[in-house]
Design a protein around this ligand. Structure first.
Ligand SMILES: C[S@@+](CC[C@H](N)C(=O)[O-])C[C@H]1O[C@@H](n2cnc3c(N)ncnc32)[C@H](O)[C@@H]1O
Length: 213
């Protein structure tokens, strides 16, 4: 799959129905587990009044939460217009819309126009992208202080579940695919770019990596 096909398929999978389901779940239960781990890791850095660049930010849970105590500005990039619409509506409700830039599209295509930020996040995004290396290169270079992401764990049962989901999508004629990229390869690339690993947190099937300059 090339990256244009990826974007079309992403727009379809992360459409209005999924966006309103995610919003309902967030309203009822708060942030998901990987997002909680990322929030806690970001808060441990004690950054204040920071700018967040959230790539594939979905309905905007990271910036909605970090506006409480860590950030004063957010740049919200997403390939799904439905997700951006829901994030913006929530910001309107909370009076934060003027503090957020909403950017629609594939971050790899957009990267040259994106600003650097103290915090750069990708929560469950790298696994949506076929060319992880390019995605990580162009987004990590935007991080002034911390670069933090969640990815599925490189374990047989996680690969099996994602493989079955991809098979189901293929049968349905849906072009979207999820990927389990190697955490060792990701770590190697970030090391080469001059990042140091601050922490690794995990659930049964996800890992959250926090890197600093
Ligand atoms: C699984 S969702 C995660 C949403 C949110 N980060 C969360 O954890 O709830 C993946 C998100 O990444 C976005 N996405 C995937 N590939 C992208 C790309 N290349 N550029 C920008 N956004 C992308 C999708 O549109 C979707 O909103």
């Amino acid at each position: 799959m090339n990256c244009c096909e990826h974007c079309d398929a992403t727009e379809e999978v992360f459409g209005p129905e999924k966006a309103s389901r995610d919003l309902k779940r967030y309203a009822q239960k708060g942030p998901d587990k990987t997002t909680e781990l990322m929030l806690s890791s970001i808060r441990k850095t004690k950054l204040k009044d920071a700018q967040l660049l959230d790539i594939g930010g979905g309905i905007g849970v990271l910036h909605h939460e970090l506006f409480k105590d860590t950030i004063i500005r957010a740049i919200h990039v997403d390939a799904s217009s439905a997700f951006i619409g829901v994030a913006r509506e929530q910001d309107q409700v909370h009076g934060k819309e003027a503090q957020v830039d909403y950017i629609h599209g594939d971050v790899v295509d957009l990267s040259s126009s994106l600003p650097t930020s103290q915090i750069v996040t990708l929560d469950r995004v790298i696994c949506c992208y076929p060319d992880w290396e390019n995605l990580v290169k162009v987004t990590a270079e935007k991080a002034e202080d911390i670069y933090i992401f969640s990815i599925p764990r490189d374990r047989w049962f996680v690969k099996m579940v994602i493989g079955l989901e991809n098979l189901y999508r293929r049968i349905k004629g849906d072009a979207f695919r999820a990927f389990v990229h190697s955490s060792d390869e990701l770590n190697r690339l970030l090391g080469e770019m001059g990042f140091k690993q601050l922490s690794v947190d995990a659930t049964l099937s996800w890992q959250v990596f926090t890197f600093t300059r």
